[in-house]
Write a protein that binds this ligand. Structure first.
Ligand code: ATP
Ligand code: MG
Length: 776
């Protein structure tokens, strides 16, 4: 047996060794589904399957990269290079580029991100003179997105009386027209939105049997991770491509299906058997990720769902500590608790930041956590907020680059035609848009032909428009001969973008310049990387595609040691030793917007299952008594999900004693805190301790103490109980380690630490409030 196969248990090895035929692996969290896919690919290659013939679809490109790395370890990196691995969107964007002309698209089509799509929809709504309070552009966007993911084209929409009726009932009778305009405008701009990447792939495979045959022959072996979250459009692509050879392996967990709201369809799992002949079904039951406490607590939660496939998940790992539940007064307190708990764990177990994750239901919750981490000087990284590539200054530079590649790109053009300001006003742009719609041409083409059409634009403006077009054209010429980095640098300078920001001079302006520098560095790395792979000039088009499809996780280089902050949705498939799940409150988690039906509530519960099963060693659940929501302090109630966990897996802390007025702890070294003094046990009978409503006076105090984002008040470090007069050079004695000398002191208040050189024990870093040093 090949050595690597010994790194699998028997149940995992079975689907790896079955080379041919359709198979499905349904198994709980942490049982090695992703590992099975990885090893299966390596095994296929060992069995002589050409790496060009393998297609593997993952939830993030980062997951694909990690799998590829592991496969390269096993089979060698030159072989692994040829594997097609990535998200549905990135793989099919590549295929669409090859085949674009068949669909009437240029191969240099732009990919509109959500913001581009929403801006375009907003402007269509405005141009049609519709009421923007009834036709809310974000809602319209998500309607259109769901049509596309169900393969409902504009034509199909108008033929579907039910849909038309539903929109009319919702007082949006002109939905179909907006949809039509949106599709037309994207097409004219040579742009596809995210959903198009799937929709057009389906169109391609349906309309062109020869193209379908080509890719069926190419992708003889197809593997799909997180199959439970594929939507209808993705499902059809997989089915079409695998139809000929039927070598398809999907893995998933119905208990982790969390994207129904975006059209993911759990029936894809249930129907798999029906779609293929002789499907082999495999189950994995042993969890390798988490402690017994976590695995069993997670089982006890998912057990409450009625709609589920029966599964067993067990682990041979240690019991581990119980899940800690803590009640805090407000979200600010919650942040401080999380930060101080992370800090204590780091001190006790000598851990870096990368071992910790804080998970929340909504992005808005991150702010309080961030404030607290910043105050403690704990480095963190937020995933899924405004990603780097969505920052204004970055999008500005990218818009110029997009125009160079595809001058028809309407959203890019509108973005920069007058930024930095060059005297081309909004009225002029509106006239151009009207003309472009009228002549069915792009705005760029309209400007190129200003002499031939009758537009009321004065000669000064006309010159400015022509200058703009000429500038873009000069960039195009540079792009013919130089690499993407040279061009991007030129764009930053010649367009006046950098000067504009320099003029600004504020700290924000400087930060923006730094971001642009960072972007240029990124482009340089990309170019260098491409040159290594093949002797080519790093193409700008490819860079832009990478950027458009980068999920937020993809920017994680993995080298910096930071606490990870993200929504639970993003955490799928990941694992961390310590996980804090914050905001465990009714109306927040489960979300107030997802409690109308049992199926919505069950999806929230699956989300909780996903959250808890990310933890390897220890999980924390926190909730508050009152929380600022929509700018108001509102009462909160503990989440029903806490109550649903079998009590024997939980340990409750009383919040106030736990950090706010924490007494000196009797412990000889910080590693051995007497926990009984920190935590009060939960009362034996009854449901979880119900939050005591804070008194009016407490609330007043809290509001006063509430830290602002610039962070001024910190109630957790207002104690001087732990301050000792220690400076480097002071001779001290520790009960356990004996005599030593202080080398360095850092931190303040409760966080004050000293690096001490002990005569016998060597150098140690101790938290002073636990260390109880005697000054000699
Ligand atoms: P999820 O449902 O969260 O996506 P999963 O089923 O994909 O989880 P993996 O991520 O593949 O599970 O595995 C979970 C952890 O267990 C990983 O750290 C993996 O390396 C480890 N693991 C899986 N199988 C084994 C094994 N046979 N021996 C040792 N470690 C294993
Ligand atoms: Mg996985």
């Amino acid at each position: 047996m090949e050595e690597y196969l010994a790194e699998l248990n028997d149940a995992q090895r079975a689907p790896v060794l079955q080379v041919d035929g359709p198979m499905i692996v349904i198994a709980g969290a942490g049982s090695g589904k992703t590992r099975v896919l990885t090893y299966r690919i390596a095994y296929l290659m060992h069995k002589g399957v050409d790496s060009f013939n393998i297609l593997s679809l993952t939830f993030t490109n980062k997951a694909a990269r990690e799998m590829k790395k592991r496969i390269a370890d096993i089979v060698g990196s030159s072989e692994a290079k040829n594997l097609w691995m990535g998200t549905f969107h990135s793989i099919f964007a590549k295929i669409l580029r090859f085949e674009a002309d068949k669909l009437g698209y240029p191969s240099n089509f732009t990919i509109y991100d959500t913001q581009d799509s929403q801006r375009l929809i907003a402007s269509i709504i405005k141009e049609m003179g519709l009421d923007k309070d009834i036709y809310k552009y974000k809602q319209v966007y998500s309607r259109i997105s769901s049509y596309k993911n169900s393969l409902i084209t504009v034509k199909a929409y108008f033929q579907n009386a039910e849909l038309v009726e539903a929109d009319a009932m919702a007082k949006r009778p002109r939905m179909g027209e907006i949809y039509q305009h949106y599709v037309d405008r994207c097409f004219k701009a040579g742009a596809m939105d995210f959903d198009d990447l799937l929709l057009k792939t389906n169109e391609l495979l349906n309309r062109f049997p020869d193209v379908l045959a080509k890719y069926q022959n190419r992708f003889r072996y197809i593997l799909v991770d997180e199959y439970q979250d594929t939507n209808h459009s993705q499902y059809l692509i997989v089915r079409a491509l695998s139809d000929k050879f039927q070598n398809i392996c999907v893995v998933g967990d119905d208990a982790q299906s969390i994207y129904a709201f975006r059209g993911a369809n759990i029936n894809n799992i249930l129907n798999f058997q029906r779609d293929y002949d002789n499907v082999q079904q495999y189950r994995l039951e042993q969890n390798y990720r988490s402690t017994k406490n976590i695995v069993e607590a997670a089982n006890s939660i998912i057990d409450k769902n009625k709609t589920k496939l029966d599964k067993v998940v067990w682990t041979a790992n240690d019991d581990g500590p119980k899940i800690i539940v803590n009640r805090l007064l407000t979200d600010g307190d919650e942040g401080r608790y999380v930060a101080s708990s992370i800090f204590e764990n780091q001190m006790q177990h000598q851990l870096g930041n990368g071992q910790f994750a804080v998970l929340y239901r909504t992005n808005a919750q991150s702010r309080a956590i961030e404030d607290a981490l910043r105050k403690r000087d704990i480095k963190y990284r937020i995933y899924g907020g405004l990603s780097f590539y969505q920052r204004k200054e970055i999008k500005d530079v990218l818009a110029y680059l997009r125009l160079v590649i595809n001058p028809k790109d309407e959203e890019a053009l509108k973005r920069v035609i007058n930024y930095p300001a060059r005297g081309i006003g909004a009225t002029t742009v509106d006239k151009l848009i009207v003309a472009a719609n009228h002549y069915d041409r792009s705005i760029f083409e309209v400007i190129e032909n200003l002499d031939r059409i009758n537009l009321k634009i004065n000669s000064g403006t006309k010159t400015r428009l022509e200058n703009f077009i000429n500038m873009i054209k000069s960039f195009q010429i540079t792009n013919e001969t130089s690499d993407a980095f040279v061009l991007a640098e030129m764009v930053a300078k010649k367009t006046g973008l950098l000067q504009e920001l320099k003029k600004d001079g504020t700290p924000e302006g400087i930060a923006r310049i730094e971001n642009i520098e960072e972007l240029l560095n990124g482009i340089r790395d990309f170019v260098e990387g491409q040159k290594e792979v093949a002797d080519v000039r790093g193409s700008l088009a490819e860079f832009l595609e990478d950027v458009a499809l980068a999920t937020d996780l993809d920017q994680d280089t993995g080298d910096d040691d930071r606490v990870a902050l993200m929504t639970i949705h993003l955490a799928k498939g990941l694992e961390f030793p310590y996980v804090y799940i914050v905001g465990m409150e009714e109306d927040l988690f489960p979300s107030g917007m997802s409690m109308n039906t049992r199926s919505e509530l069950e999806e929230e519960r699956r989300l909780f299952y996903v959250a808890l099963t990310r933890a390897e060693k220890q999980a924390y659940l926190t909730y508050t008594q009152s929380r600022y929501r929509w700018g108001k302090l509102v009462d909160a109630e503990p989440s029903r999900f806490i109550e649903e966990i079998d009590e024997k897996f939980l340990e409750y802390i009383t919040p106030i004693e736990s950090y706010r007025y924490k007494p000196l702890i009797d412990s000889d070294i910080f590693g051995e805190v007497d926990k009984s003094k920190l935590r009060l046990k939960k009362p034996v009978s009854g449901s979880p301790p119900l939050a005591h409503k804070p008194t009016e006076e407490q609330l007043r105090k809290l509001r006063k103490l509430r830290p602002t984002s610039s962070g001024t008040t910190d109630v957790s470090s207002n104690t001087n109980l732990f301050d000792q007069d220690l400076i480097p050079g002071t001779a001290v004695e520790h009960m356990r380690f004996g005599k030593g000398k202080i080398i360095k002191v850092e931190g303040v208040g409760q966080d004050k630490k000293a690096e001490i050189h002990f005569e016998k024990g060597g150098i140690k870093k101790l938290l002073l409030r636990f260390a109880k040093l005697k000054v000699l």
